[in-house]
Design a protein around this ligand. Structure first.
Ligand SMILES: [Zn+2]
Length: 67
């Protein structure tokens, strides 16, 4: 009696049994893809915000002309 499920990664039928060390995935490939997926998500490096060229020249016009 072999129970079959759908591989969460590719949707192909995957075997649930002692002979499938990659369950619930159908293959090692799918398991690695899934693992890499969440590893990537948890180690997401925030994009360096491109804040270059945000220097506004402070034009402090000295209009304090004494009368
Ligand atoms: Zn698969």
């Amino acid at each position: 009696m072999t129970k079959k499920i759908e591989c969460p990664q590719c949707g192909k039928p995957a075997k649930i049994g002692a002979d499938n060390p990659y369950r619930p995935f159908c293959s090692r490939r799918c398991k690695l893809i899934d693992l890499g997926d969440w590893l990537d998500e948890s180690n997401r490096i925030p994009d360096p915000a491109g804040s270059a060229g945000g220097m506004m020249p402070d034009e402090s016009d000295d209009s304090g002309t004494p009368h």
